[in-house]
Write a protein that binds this ligand. Structure first.
Ligand SMILES: [Zn+2]
Ligand SMILES: [Zn+2]
Length: 173
């Protein structure tokens, strides 16, 4: 499984959007530039526009496979996602999911919808998940080799392991 393509970037961006409760323009610009999104400079109105979109991304990480596909298919429609083969900035031809000069929010919607759709179509929808520590709202894209990740971070995994250990210890003592 490859997670390093531009299309997979859409799924990574989706997770990062969901995990940021208070996004702002500079943060969004950094996030998108970091994933080689073309002309990624964001402003406050774009952040607000994508905040609504992000509310629709979260359930994709929290639901089971059948619902997940239905949700993402609806995202493809809502984002008006159309694959385009483009070349810009000296790069080789690659897929975009909105016209090159569409407004940034439209391009991000199309890219995140397409990234999630490709994962599911590749049988990897189960790699989208929500942290298994109760109370932790963070979601993740599991890029591990065995695909058995349950937590957003080592910190949450350790917290759950410690509390399980204490529970066991109490029961046996
Ligand atoms: Zn491009
Ligand atoms: Zn967590």
């Amino acid at each position: 499984m490859q997670f390093n393509t531009y299309t997979a970037a859409g799924a990574h961006i989706a997770a990062d959007l969901v995990n940021q409760p208070s996004p702002h323009a500079a943060w969004l610009t950094d996030l998108l530039s970091g994933h080689d999104v073309h002309q990624a400079t964001a402003d406050d109105a774009m952040v607000e526009d994508l905040r609504q979109w992000t509310l629709r991304l979260r359930p994709v990480f929290e639901t089971t496979s059948a619902q997940q596909a239905t949700l993402v298919d609806a995202l493809l429609i809502a984002a008006d996602c159309h694959p385009r083969l483009v070349s810009h900035d000296g790069l080789a031809h690659h897929l975009h999911y909105a016209p090159l000069h569409a407004p940034l929010p439209a391009r991000v919607k199309a890219l995140t919808a397409a990234g999630l759709a490709h994962l599911i179509a590749d049988g990897a929808g189960g790699r989208l998940g929500r942290c298994g520590r109760s109370g932790c709202p963070l979601v993740f894209l599991d890029t591990s080799r065995n695909g058995r990740r349950h937590f957003c971070s080592v910190r949450c995994a350790n917290a759950v392991n410690v509390s399980r250990y204490r529970t066991r210890h109490r029961q046996s003592g």
